[in-house]
Design a protein around this ligand. Structure first.
Ligand code: DP6
Length: 330
């Protein structure tokens, strides 16, 4: 069986260590228009289906890495020291342990998130992407984006897509070793596209995506239909991006998200990330759409709603959804 360590060995086989004083990187968060939901290999974090996302401009994670002055690793999140007992610290250091060339290199890792951690806004995506890129910079490995995407994927699947800015497709790959499971940029620029984030809550969710998707795959009968639907949706979304067909993009993304949530709901115990405000926002979007406003939504493993629309209706959307945060991805 191929392990995470084997993957790192394969990726770093031609890289030399060229330590810098400080490594740094920024990675944007991303929202999947065609969702990744379900793993075929938990050790390597390989997905059952391919997925496609759009990045969230300056919402994301900036990471800086230096040598620690102490004989232990230090992790800071938004200028606050993170307890070595916390899950956050463990996930970061387990990942660093995979990649650092020697255990004598104790690191000080400073992470700055411009998004609420774990509120369904994919902070693990930008977090592991920024960490991978900052490690690559700090150690001077000069890795390609594809290689960094493979590494980031092992931290968190959606992180494989946060290596890039813009529309990004993560090919599920077919090799058992996972080396062909990485993301690539779709080089289309869609200037008019907007994403509005309706933040229902900034509270941490009770079941994270990882446990949520494993539970769904294990217990939902509806999950059987998911891989095929995701493959069809991905084709449609790629076509919609190429043709700048907003209606097709919006419809497909909305149906894709609802189908994913249907698989969660049909597992046991049923997984319901939506809160009453989530449902109210969905009804409002549908009402406005029936009145002629071209807006659609997508929702990840959390209660927050992301509204998809184009520049021409930005003012109307702003007035309809108070407190909405509008992002211009391009
Ligand atoms: C619903 O990438 O957070 O946001 O690979 O276990 O870390 P792990 O899961 P994660 O799952 C993201 C799920 C999603 C859909 C998506 O972003 O594609």
């Amino acid at each position: 069986m191929f392990t995470k360590k084997d993957t790192v060995k394969a990726i770093l086989r031609n890289s030399e260590l060229n330590l810098k004083e400080m490594g740094s990187a920024f990675a944007p968060s991303n929202i999947a228009l065609c969702k990744y939901w379900g793993k075929r290999d938990r050790e390597l974090n390989l997905p059952i289906n391919s997925s496609l996302s759009v990045s969230l401009a300056d919402l994301g994670t900036a990471t800086e890495i230096k040598l620690s002055d102490n004989h232990f690793d230090e992790v800071f999140l938004n200028n606050e020291r993170v307890s070595p007992e916390s899950r956050f610290y463990r996930r970061v250091i387990d990942f660093v342990d995979l990649i650092r060339p020697s255990n004598d290199l104790n690191l000080k890792i400073l992470t700055f998130n411009s998004i609420p951690t774990a509120a369904g806004l994919a902070s693990s995506a930008s977090g592991f992407a920024a960490l991978t890129m900052a490690l690559n910079d700090f150690f001077g490995f000069k890795l390609s984006n594809e290689d960094m995407s493979v590494l980031a994927r092992m931290g968190s699947g959606s992180a494989s897509r946060s290596i890039y800015n813009g529309f990004v497709k993560w090919n599920k790959g077919s090799n058992e070793n996972g080396l062909d499971s990485y993301a690539e940029l779709i080089p289309t620029v869609w200037d008019e596209l907007r994403i509005g984030i309706v933040e229902v809550t900034a509270e941490e969710k009770k079941v994270d995506s990882r446990n949520g998707m494993n539970q769904t795959v294990e217990t939902s009968h509806l999950y059987e239909s998911w891989p095929k639907q995701a493959a069809d949706d991905l084709d449609k979304i790629e076509y919609a991006i190429r043709e700048k067909d907003f209606e097709l993009l919006g419809k497909t993304a909305e149906q894709n998200a609802c189908s994913m949530h249907a698989t969660m709901l049909s597992g046991f115990p049923p997984l319901i990330y939506w809160l009453p405000e989530t449902v109210a926002t969905i009804h409002k979007i549908h009402q406005l759409r029936s009145e002629g406003l071209p807006i659609y939504f997508t929702i990840d493993a959390g209660p927050n709603v992301k509204i998809l629309f184009e520049e021409s209706v930005e003012e109307v959307v702003k007035n309809q959804f108070s407190g909405i945060k509008i992002i211009k991805p391009f």
